[in-house]
Design a protein around this ligand. Structure first.
Ligand SMILES: [Ca+2]
Ligand SMILES: [Ca+2]
Ligand SMILES: [Ca+2]
Length: 205
């Protein structure tokens, strides 16, 4: 028996014709990752007794009948979950403290298996990071174990467009909010070298 299971009780010294024993034997099994991934445990036991002639009789277990040999299945409730955190860095390529057309934002992705099952074929999609102004590379992750955190597989880049610089023409509000956050974070950094100019800039956000 595998170290994950135990079976206690018995043997029963004598079992009369027609007698039913439900108390002597009991078992316990600690579920493994492969069981959680399969979302069920299935197996069968065998009972063996010795006849008055010294022969053995045996039966493979069933789940509900003495006349059948079906495995006993235990369904395991699924706990599958994935989480992603996306962070960004504005790249001030010409170092002037402002965003100009053609400068870029780099994106990083932290993907976490926050559930209890093994996840396979993990991908990331991002409506902003598509050609021609954006790109998203990496993956898919073939297998991500429960609790595993991946920060290296996916990365993205976005080239700032005129519509991004002109806040009034950004059409996607969620994305615009994110880009605003990106600019404000980089603005905080830039204030160490161009304090007054950046204060003016922040007021326009
Ligand atoms: Ca059955
Ligand atoms: Ca049977
Ligand atoms: Ca710049």
């Amino acid at each position: 028996m595998a170290p994950s299971g135990s079976l206690t009780g018995g043997p029963i010294a004598t079992l009369a014709p027609g007698a039913i024993d439900t108390t002597t034997f009991s078992g316990s099994y600690t579920i493994q990752q492969s069981d959680i991934d399969a979302q069920s445990v299935s197996n069968q036991a065998t009972a063996t007794g010795t006849t008055p002639d010294g022969d053995d009789v045996s039966d493979l277990s069933d789940d509900n009948s003495n006349l059948e040999d079906d495995p006993t299945d235990t369904n395991l409730p699924e706990d599958s979950e994935i989480s992603i955190i996306k962070t960004s860095v504005f790249n001030d390529e010409n170092g002037d403290g402002f965003a100009q057309l053609g400068e870029t934002i780099s994106y990083s992705f932290e993907v976490t298996n926050s559930g209890a099952t093994t996840l396979t074929n993990v991908t990331v999609t991002d409506p902003l990071l598509v050609a021609p102004s954006g790109s998203l590379t990496g993956g898919p992750i073939a297998s991500l174990a429960p609790g595993a955190v991946d920060t290296a597989t996916f990365s993205g880049s976005y080239t700032i467009q005129q519509s991004d610089i002109d806040a009034q023409s950004v059409s996607n509000q969620a994305t615009a909010t994110e880009r605003h956050l990106t600019e404000m974070m980089s603005a905080t950094y830039r204030m160490t070298t161009a304090t007054w100019r950046m204060i003016q800039r922040i007021r326009t956000f």
